[in-house]
Design a binder for this molecule. Structure first.
Ligand SMILES: [Zn+2]
Length: 859
């Protein structure tokens, strides 16, 4: 072989481009390196090998890398450059960056820069949030590196037990050998860098490892700087939230919703998410009696769904949805349907049930929680990543679930987001306790107000007043101890008290109008004597008298809901039991309690309804959430019984007394007409069932063996009593209806003057002429069912239904007459308008204005 000429080499290289490429790749031209560094030229001689280069020019490369790092604004971009360099120096096919993070307390690695080659584009290597490949630490060599925090040189992945071909399958590449190392921050793994497939050699060498480690220092600096910046951001968000919370925790203690709302809205920018929602949980542990009835009757299966750890049914009563993306908006969804997009996945329910923090990436792909696919509403927004946390109060009860959606950078929420949102939800939990305490204080205060109001208004029956009822001194001061003495006392009382036959106390058509209010107190006592309650339950005559007198005084002197109404309801209850023969389903004690509760059912009524209490923010409305007045009547009645000198049930044992109080509760709350519609089908079913039965014994057995049925019938009896005025003879009904109407109109006046609101027609005295029409509507819509069903249940009650039907005819006649009148007026009006029109046509435009008003006065 002769001397090698320059031309020959040139010719050879031209004919063998692959060799030329490999050669330069291997031998690394200084110009090429320089070109990689912002066009800075490195002055390298031709044909200098990498080993020669490392001595001199590498210093330059390193300096330039330092320069790059100092000016780094984009962590990924800087690392991308270093990885390109690494791919070149190591002659690796690819280099990749896996970032470490933690969700739900479990660390994981996600691809951030994937398959970087010596000349691949940054944009092609940067992994978008939705295409991340995520490894738990127990999967793949990358996971193993992060787990052991050690560098690994794997000459043949097939021989390595930790290797997973998951990423290969995703990318379509085949990994043969690799070099991987963790990037640390103290004891924490920030990332794993991996070089894959050594070119022109079966594996990476010891020398490669050294180069690898050296260049990774740059990556470590960039990553650490980035991480510190990120932590700084996290800390400042957290401290902003904490600062705000600390400031607000003792303020704004109005109600939970307002408190949550204020907190969540104020800190929204620190939450770094596109949208979040708070689902508030119903805190009631026990259902109301009328809600339990359908379950006890077996009509509705008992609740078997998820429950909170403290045993409440998971029931979200409200969702507040905060939209931060685009136009900010807050949506409040009361009583959200179960298929509402924020609930349908079942995740909030799961969180409410278990109290776990759930941090999910790519929620749409989850198999357990099925989130709504695609846009959730008209904004076009769709769910990607979800972070859901329970809001727990200091009593460890879950009061709601906060769910955060889609971190603003598109990445999944990480441990720091978990920490920040947990700080917030913890604060929300405390604030609940605070509002709770406040509510309690407030309630106590309101109770005090009400108690004072009660005391002011309520003067107990004086000895003098007592004597006006029972003049017999022997009765007053003689406490009977034996059966005979008791019998004597009852006999003496009967002689002093009104005659039930004369007053028609056993009749459905009884009218209080001819009876004085004072006489009604005596009549009330008489009813208990008739029930045999005084004798059987050893009610001291003085106590019964004082109680009855005090109940009377408990009623205010208002237009309709006064003592007369209270008495009527008690009398009707008595008549339903005795004349209506409903007593056979109840014990003597129950009958005693039912009549007593009926007398008390509207005690301390203010002449305005529940809605007015709410609208006028009355102390009562703050005390009770629903059935405001009814709960007050109940509390008032129970307060009276707490005073031993008024406790007509003082000689009962504890169990009996508790039973009486329970019946009081059911009976009095049942008079809330809002609950009437909840109980009517249940009552109808009982009536249907008994109608099919052959014997009375069978009917009695069917009812008395089931406490729920007894309570439903009792509740319906209370409604029947409360509305009984509508069944009275026309002379009575027409008068009472006017009293009711007058009380409504008085409320309407208050609404106009105090609340500055237009009252509904029923309460508008300007629409007084519509009363007959309203009465017909009330009869058809509410009353007919009650008395029709009771007549079907017990034919003895038919007089009430007959009375009702008679009154309907009367009201209908009046309503029709009013309609006729209105129609006639309207026609007259039309005719007149036409006349005026004709006149105007003839007389021209002269008489506008005053003439018109004059003609109106004619009408
Ligand atoms: Zn009433």
């Amino acid at each position: 072989m002769g001397e090698l000429k320059k031309e020959d080499v040139e010719k050879y290289l031209e004919n063998n481009p692959q060799f030329a490429k490999d050669y330069y790749d291997r031998k690394l031209r200084g110009e090429a390196v320089g070109a990689l560094f912002n066009n800075k030229q490195l002055n390298l001689k031709d044909g200098v090998s990498f080993h020669d280069l490392t001595k001199l020019e590498e210093t330059d490369i390193l300096l330039e890398l330092v320069w790059e790092i100092q000016n780094a604004s984009n962590m990924e971009k800087t690392i991308h450059k270093v990885l390109q360099r690494l791919a070149l120096f190591l002659q690796a096919s690819y280099c990749s960056l896996f970032l470490c993070r933690s969700r739900n307390g479990i660390p994981e690695l996600a691809t951030r820069l994937f398959n970087v080659t010596k000349d691949s584009k940054f944009e092609d290597n940067l992994v978008a949030p939705e295409s991340e490949i995520v490894f738990p630490l127990d999967i793949g060599i990358v996971g193993w590196v992060a787990h052991t925090k050690k560098t690994f040189n794997v000459p043949d992945v097939k021989k390595n037990t930790h290797f997973s071909d998951f990423a290969d399958k995703q990318s379509g590449c085949t990994t043969s050998n690799l070099l991987a190392t963790p990037i640390m921050f103290g004891k924490e793994v920030l990332a794993v860098i991996m070089a894959i497939n050594k070119q022109n050699a079966p594996a990476f060498s010891k020398e490669d490892e050294a180069i690898f480690t050296k260049y990774l220092d740059f990556i470590a600096i960039v990553l650490q700087q980035h991480h510190i910046n990120y932590l700084h951001g996290v800390e400042s968000r957290k401290s902003q939230i904490l600062l705000w919370c600390a400031n607000k925790v003792f303020e704004e203690l109005t109600d939970i919703e307002r408190q949550f709302h204020k907190a969540l809205y104020t800190v929204r920018i620190y939450l770094n998410c596109e949208r979040y929602s708070v689902a508030l949980l119903d805190m009631t542990k026990e259902k109301e009696f009328y809600e339990q009835w359908p379950i006890l009757l077996g009509e509705v299966p008992p609740y078997k769904g998820p429950k909170t750890p403290d045993g409440r049914e998971v029931n979200f009563y409200k969702i507040i949805d905060y939209i931060l993306l685009g136009k900010e908006e807050i949506k409040v969804i009361p009583s959200p349907p179960v298929d509402h997009w924020s609930l349908v996945s079942g995740l909030p329910t799961y969180v409410a049930e278990n109290g776990f923090i759930c941090n999910m990436m790519n929620a749409q792909a989850d198999e357990y929680f099925i989130f709504q696919k695609g846009p959730v509403d008209e904004t076009g927004w769709a769910i990607k990543n979800v972070l859901s946390l329970p809001i727990v109060n200091k009593k460890e009860e879950i009061v709601g679930v906060a769910t955060f959606y889609n971190r603003t950078d598109g990445r999944p929420f990480d441990e720091y987001d978990e920490q920040i949102t947990e700080t917030l939800t913890q604060f929300l939990g405390w604030s609940v306790l605070n509002t709770d305490t406040y509510d309690r204080l407030n309630k106590l205060e309101n109770r005090k107000d009400i108690a004072q109001e009660m005391l002011m208004y309520q003067l107990q029956c004086t000895p003098h007043e007592l004597q006006t009822i029972l003049v017999n001194v022997v009765i007053l001061f003689f406490q009977p101890w034996t059966e005979t003495e008791m019998w004597c006392l009852t006999k003496a009382m009967k002689e002093e008290l009104p005659d039930p036959t004369a007053l028609e106390l056993y009749e459905f058509h009884f009218s209080d109008l001819p009876v004085s209010e004072h006489e009604l107190i005596k009549s009330g006592i008489r009813l208990f004597v008739e029930l045999n309650a005084v004798e059987k339950f050893k009610v001291p005559a003085e106590v019964l008298t004082k109680w009855m007198y005090t109940v009377r005084k408990g009623y205010r002197d208002i237009t309709y809901h006064n003592w007369r109404h209270g008495f009527n309801v008690g009398q009707t209850m008595f008549t339903l039991l005795m004349t209506g023969k409903l007593k056979k389903y109840y014990s003597d004690l129950e009958a005693f309690a039912m009549v007593a509760a009926a007398f008390c059912h509207d005690i301390d009524h203010r002449g305005t309804n529940n809605l007015y209490q709410m609208k006028s923010a009355a102390p009562l409305a703050k005390l009770h959430g629903s059935s405001i007045l009814e709960r007050h009547h109940l509390e008032f009645s129970k307060t009276l019984l707490e005073d031993e000198s008024l406790n007509i049930f003082q000689n009962l044992n504890k169990r009996q007394f508790e039973n009486v109080i329970h019946l009081f509760e059911v009976a009095i709350i049942a008079t809330d007409l809002a609950l009437y519609f909840k109980k009517r089908t249940m009552f109808q079913k009982i009536v249907d069932a008994t109608e099919q039965m052959q014997s009375d014994d069978e009917r009695i057995k069917y009812i008395i063996t089931d406490q729920t049925k007894k309570e439903i019938i009792m509740a319906m009896m209370m409604t029947g009593c409360d509305l009984s005025a509508i069944t009275k003879p026309w002379e009575v009904q027409s008068k009472v209806a006017l009293m009711v109407a007058n009380e409504f109109w008085e409320q309407g006046d208050l609404e106009r003057t105090v609340l500055q609101q237009q009252p509904i027609p029923m309460m508008d005295r300007n629409k007084a002429e519509e009363l007959p029409k309203l009465q017909v509507g009330f009869i058809d819509f509410v009353c007919t069912f009650v008395y029709k069903e009771f007549s079907r249940f017990h034919k003895e009650i038919t007089p009430m239904y007959d009375g009702l039907q008679n009154n309907r005819v009367q009201w209908k006649t009046q309503a029709d007459a009013y309609d006729e009148k209105m129609k006639a007026l309207e026609e007259l009006n039309k005719k007149h308008e036409n006349d005026v029109g004709v006149k105007k046509g003839t007389e021209g435009r002269e008489d506008n204005g005053p003439t018109k008003s004059k003609t109106c006065t004619v009408l």
